[in-house]
Design a binder for this molecule. Structure first.
Ligand code: CTP
Length: 409
């Protein structure tokens, strides 16, 4: 699965103990450490003896920028309390890769080395990222242990399915570093959309003129994809309907690719009545040609210019807002001027409770954005921010405005 890379600062201030146990997947932890530190986390690596057979503490020290601990009897901890001190300020312990043996130890509360003792003595959340051969993962004892760990409140990330180091194919391989990173970020995100279904459009549409040409626009899809990622991290089930963009699918998001406005409309209307929230971020083409040429349009000897006649595309946002019991509808509008006038006018015209406006062409393809929220009660400007940070703010703003699911109307 494609996933997005780390965003600088999104784990700023987080302190993680990264516990490594023996397994070939140790090589993935080098990249995971790089992603975590790039995002601003401090990463304290603790390795079991077996882990050091697969990758050296020197490598992990260079990547994490901190001394690596491998033994309970390490003289660098003055009070000889490494098993308590190392996790004292931790926001979480992440064990990756977590071997079959280590899962068994955890499930039974064994504490016979530094890492297992740290886990037993912790007062912070524990996340395990299993990595093993498919038969080891499928073994009833492993499955019993994993069920016990989940019952004990320990979070399991993965495992993935696919080709394994032993040459076999099946469940048990460790999540890729990017997916592990995304799952860790999601773990820390407030679950303001827990259990909600979110439908979102993103990117441009492409309206063909002939088999090789078409009309599109400069939307990069970045804002819509950032919102999809933030909503997934906030606990929502996210269905992302994307026009043609060159972006990786955010982890855990269900993506459906479309080309034309009509295809986007069909995909959205199929799902709309089931959604709690609809966010239309796509820059949808307003018109399409009424007849797409069957063959490539050729130049003529007389240099006659081709002419096209257009028909209007359906307005997806207004159509969703008009269904019976619509989801909470949010529009986006990129304007080239008079944002206040156009933003409120557009919100009222499309009959949506919230419209997010920005001065558009300047932000296409950029990694940051500055927006104003328009709603019946007035306008609220938000400060300029990186698109991913802004997406988190917007998801929190949208969540605050949703009706309480426990109130049945
Ligand atoms: N939108 C939509 N379907 C369309 C056109 C727009 O769902 N056919 C949605 C966009 O996804 C966005 C909002 O409507 O959430 C505003 O898009 P915009 O292109 O600014 O609106 P238009 O109605 O096309 O207005 P304009 O005349 O300014 O182009």
């Amino acid at each position: 699965m494609n996933t997005s890379a780390a965003n600088p600062g999104e784990l700023a201030g987080r302190h993680l103990v990264l516990g490594m146990t023996g397994g070939i997947a140790c090589y993935k932890i080098a990249e995971l450490t790089r992603l975590l530190t790039k995002a601003g986390a401090t990463v304290q690596v603790v390795m079991t003896e077996a882990a050091t057979q697969f990758i050296t503490p020197v490598t992990m020290q260079a990547l994490s920028g901190r001394p690596v601990y491998t033994s309970q009897w390490d003289g660098r901890v003055p009070n000889n309390m490494a098993h308590i001190d190392l996790s004292r300020d931790a926001d979480a312990i992440v064990v990756a890769p977590a071997s079959t043996d280590f899962l068994a130890k955890l499930a039974h509360g064994f504490a016979d080395d530094l890492l297992s003792t740290l886990c037993v003595a912790r007062d912070c959340p524990l996340l395990v990222v299993p990595a093993m051969n498919r038969q080891m993962w499928g073994n009833p004892a492993t499955q019993r242990n994993v069920a016990q760990l989940r019952a004990d409140g320990i979070e399991t990330l993965g495992p993935d399915s696919g080709p394994q180091a032993c040459g076999e194919i099946g469940d048990g391989r460790m999540l890729e570093p990017e997916a592990t990173y995304e799952a860790i970020v999601a773990f820390f995100a407030p679950k303001v959309l827990a259990g909600r279904k979110l439908l979102i459009t993103a990117g441009p549409t492409f309206e063909p003129l002939d088999p090789v040409r078409g009309i599109t626009n400069r939307s990069s899809g970045k804002m819509g994809f950032a919102l999809a990622r933030a909503a997934q991290q906030a606990g929502a089930h996210v269905h992302l309907v994307a026009g043609p963009v060159a972006l990786a699918t955010p982890w855990g998001v269900w993506r459906e690719d479309v080309q034309t406005a009509q295809q986007m409309y069909d995909a959205v209307m199929r799902e709309a009545s089931d959604a709690d929230v609809f966010i239309g971020v796509a820059a949808v083409a307003d018109w399409r040609v009424d007849h797409v040429a069957e063959h490539k349009i050729k130049k003529t000897a007389e240099h006659r210019m081709p002419t096209f006649s257009f028909v209007e595309n359906p307005d997806i946002l207004a159509s969703v807002a008009a269904i019976a019991n619509p989801p909470y509808c949010v529009g986006f509008a990129a304007e080239s001027g008079d944002l206040d006038v156009h933003g409120e006018e557009k919100r009222a015209r499309k009959k949506v409770p919230l419209l997010i406006g920005n001065l558009g062409p300047l932000t296409f393809g950029r990694d940051d954005n500055e927006v104003v929220l328009f709603e019946a009660g007035g306008r609220t400007p938000l400060p300029r921010a990186a698109k991913q940070a802004l997406a988190q703010t917007l998801i929190a703003e949208i969540a605050r405005r949703l009706p309480d699911p426990s109130i049945i109307s």
